[in-house]
Design a protein. Structure first.
Length: 128
């Protein structure tokens, strides 16, 4: 019985830490993006290397814009403290977007990226 309690007390904090992190989408690192060469790399090669984009836009001239979006959110430390989390809890997150523009022949024309950060204040004392 003691062993079971010890195991449960060791696993519970780990479960809490893992359950408070959320990640979604495809993250394209600067290193990955630098492997693709404008005027040489094709859309098929980009998709083979990093997967299907989250969003694709086809323009009237036949060119395409593929966008990869990655979002990551984690709870702040105060959120884990009983009672304190109610008043000072929250989360921090980041989002990154990488866009590949291809001409009508599916050859890479441009790569661009954006990034941002957010703070979510869910505690009663954090309301601004």
């Amino acid at each position: 019985m003691k062993r079971r309690k010890l195991w449960a007390s060791a696993c519970f904090p780990t479960f809490l830490m893992l359950s408070a992190c959320v990640s979604s989408g495809t993250e394209v690192t600067t290193t990955e993006a630098s492997n693709f060469k404008v005027g040489i790399t094709t859309e098929q090669q980009v998709v083979a290397a990093i997967g299907q984009p989250e969003q694709t836009q086809t323009l009237p001239d036949g060119s395409k814009i593929d966008t990869y979006v990655h979002t990551s959110v984690h709870a702040t430390a105060a959120s884990y403290i009983p009672v304190v989390g109610l008043f000072a809890g929250g989360a921090k997150g980041s989002n990154d977007s990488t866009t590949f523009t291809f001409n009508e022949k599916a050859v890479l024309e441009a790569i661009s990226s954006t990034s941002g950060h957010t703070d979510v204040h869910s505690g009663l004392l954090n309301q601004h």
